[in-house]
Design a protein around this ligand. Structure first.
Ligand SMILES: Cc1ncc(COP(=O)(O)O)c(C=O)c1O
Length: 460
C-alpha cells in the first residue's frame, strides 16, 4: 500500500496550530499520558479495525462508501485538538465561520449562493437529519397536508414523516426506478399533497426523478418540492457526463424549495456530514428559540439558531472547508473530474455486462449515475437470487467486494412488453457503486475477478 501522507501533514499542521496558542501558560495534561500504554491500545485498535471490508481500496466496489480525502482526514484530526462545537460561536467561533463558507460553496453549486433573496443552510450530522429538517419545515408550511415520494425514495422519508406525524404515501416508480409523473399527478388531484420528495440519485440504483416535470406540476397544483440529493447532489457539477432525462432534472435544481446533500457520501468527507439548504431564508423563523446557556459571545448568527440539532461536530465543518479549498466545487475542476471518472467506470462496467451471457443488466439501459445493478440469468427468480448470493461470495474470495440489492423483476423486462408471469416479484441482484475516481483505472481488474467468479459459480 502507498504511504499515507496524513500523519506527516498532520504533524506540521499541529505545530502551526499549537503556535496559535503559544502565549498561554504551559500546563500538564491530567489523566493517562503514558504514550507507551496509548501505543499499545492503538496497536490493538488497528488490529480490531482490520476486521473490515477494505472500503478505501478500488476493489471495494459494493455499497456507497467512499474514503474521505486525505486533506479532510488531516483537517478533521487537526480540529480534534480544539474539538469545536458548532452549536454556537461560544463553542466554535472559527469552525462556525468555516461552516458558513463551506455551505455557501455547496449552495453555489445549486445556483443559490448568488440569489438576491439569499438562502439558508447548515451542516447536519447525517443525511437523515437533514431530510428531517426539510420535511419538518415543509410540514409547518403546509399543516395537515401529505408528503409523497417515489416508492424508490430512501426508506427514512416514511419514517421521518411518522416521527413528524405527517401522512406519507408512495408514488409508483417506472422500470428505470424513477417516479411516475402520471401517478404523481393522480395523487395531486386529490388536493391534499403538501410536499413532494424528489430523489436525485436513488439509493438502490442511482435513478433520477424527473424534477423538471415535477416543477411544472407544482405550477398547477401548488406544493413544496424537497429534493433528496443526499447521494446524487454533486453530479450537478458534471451535466455533460449525464444523459437525458437526468441532465434535464439536474439543470433545474435551483427551482427546488429545499435540497439535501451528503458531503459524507460523494463529498470526500468523514461520516458525520450532511447538509440541508432552503431557498427561502425566511424559513429560519421556524427554528427560532431561546437558549439560556449560549449565544452570548457574538451578535452574529449562531448556527444552533438555525439547526434542530444542538451540539454538532465543528471538525466536520473544518474538514469540509479544507476539502473545498483544495478541491473547489467547480465544473471541470479536479473534484468534478473525479466524479466523472466513477461515472465512466460505471458505464464501462454496464457495457461489458451487456456482452456477458450470464449477466442481465437493467432493461432500460445504462445507469443514470455511477451505480450498476444486474441480475444473473436463470430460469427462475429464486435461482437468479441464489446465483447472485453465490457470485457475491465468490467475488469476495477474490478480494472484490460487491453489494446485493432486491429489485423488481419487471425492471429486467423491456418497457412495453407484457410482464411475464413472475414479473411482479422481486429478485436479488448484484450492485456495484463505483464512486471512487480510481475505479476507472481498476475496471479491468474488477472485471477479471467478476468474470472468474461468475465462471466458478456456473461450474459449481
Ligand atoms: C438518497 C438517500 N437519502 C438519504 C439517505 C440517508 O442518509 P444518511 O445515511 O446520511 O442518514 C441516503 C443514504 O444512503 C440516501 O441514499
Amino acid at each position: 500500500m502507498s504511504r499515507d501522507p496524513v500523519p506527516g501533514l498532520l504533524f506540521r499542521a499541529t505545530e502551526l496550530l499549537e503556535a496559535e496558542f503559544a502565549a498561554l501558560p504551559a500546563f500538564e495534561s491530567a489523566g493517562v499520558t503514558d504514550t507507551g500504554a496509548m501505543a499499545k491500545v492503538l496497536a490493538a485498535t488497528a488490529r480490531r479495525l482490520g476486521d473490515n471490508y477494505p472500503y478505501f481500496h478500488p476493489l471495494y466496489a459494493g455499497q456507497m462508501l467512499k474514503p474521505p480525502h486525505q486533506v479532510a482526514r488531516a483537517a478533521y484530526a487537526l480540529a480534534m485538538k480544539i474539538n469545536p462545537n458548532n452549536h454556537a460561536r461560544d463553542g466554535g467561533r472559527a469552525s462556525s465561520e468555516m461552516e458558513i463558507e463551506a455551505v455557501r460553496g455547496i449552495a453555489g453549486m445549486f445556483g443559490w449562493a448568488e440569489s438576491e433573496s439569499g438562502f439558508l443552510g447548515h451542516l447536519t450530522s447525517i443525511g437523515t437529519l437533514a431530510n428531517l429538517e426539510a420535511l419538518w419545515v415543509a410540514g409547518q408550511l403546509a399543516p395537515g397536508r401529505r408528503i409523497v415520494g417515489s416508492e424508490q425514495a430512501h426508506y427514512t422519508h416514511r419514517r421521518i414523516s411518522a416521527v413528524l406525524k405527517i401522512e406519507y404515501a408512495d408514488i409508483p416508480a417506472d422500470r428505470r426506478g424513477c417516479m411516475r409523473v402520471e401517478a404523481l399527478e393522480a395523487e395531486l388531484r386529490k388536493g391534499d399533497v403538501g410536499t413532494v420528495v424528489v430523489t436525485l440519485g436513488t439509493t438502490a440504483i442511482g435513478a433520477v426523478d424527473p424534477l423538471d416535470a415535477i416543477l411544472e406540476l407544482r405550477q398547477r397544483y401548488g406544493f413544496r418540492v424537497h429534493v433528496d440529493a443526499a447521494y446524487g447532489g454533486y453530479f450537478r457539477l458534471i451535466p455533460e457526463a449525464l444523459e437525458e432525462p437526468a441532465q434535464r432534472a439536474y439543470a433545474v435544481t435551483d427551482g427546488a424549495d429545499s435540497i439535501v446533500i451528503d458531503p459524507h457520501k460523494h463529498g470526500l468527507q468523514p461520516y458525520g456530514c450532511g447538509c440541508v439548504l432552503f431557498r427561502d431564508p425566511g424559513v429560519g423563523r421556524f427554528y427560532k428559540h431561546d437558549s439560556p446557556y449560549t449565544y452570548f459571545t457574538s451578535q452574529q448568527l449562531h448556527l444552533g439558531e438555525i439547526s434542530l440539532e444542538c451540539s454538532r461536530a465543528g471538525a466536520a465543518a473544518v474538514a469540509l472547508w479544507a476539502t473545498q479549498q483544495l478541491l473547489p466545487l467547480t465544473p471541470g475542476g479536479t473534484f468534478a473530474c473525479g466524479l466523472a471518472q466513477g461515472r465512466a467506470a460505471a458505464l464501462e462496467l454496464d457495457r461489458r455486462l451487456r456482452g456477458e451471457a450470464r449477466c442481465e443488466p437493467l432493461a432500460c439501459g445504462a445507469p443514470e449515475l455511477d451505480i450498476v445493478v444486474w441480475k444473473l440469468r436463470a430460469e427462475t427468480a429464486e435461482r437468479a437470487s441464489e446465483l447472485a448470493q453465490k457470485t457475491f461470495v465468490a467475488c469476495a474470495t477474490r478480494d472484490l467486494h460487491l453489494a446485493l440489492v432486491q429489485l423488481p423483476l419487471s425492471w429486467f423486462e423491456p418497457e412495453g412488453t407484457e410482464l411475464s408471469k413472475n414479473g411482479a416479484g422481486m429478485v436479488t441482484c448484484l450492485r456495484s457503486v463505483l464512486m471512487k475516481p480510481e475505479h476507472k483505472a481498476w475496471l479491468d481488474r474488477i472485471w477479471e475477478r467478476l468474470t472468474a467468479a461468475c465462471a466458478d459459480v456456473a461450474g459449481a
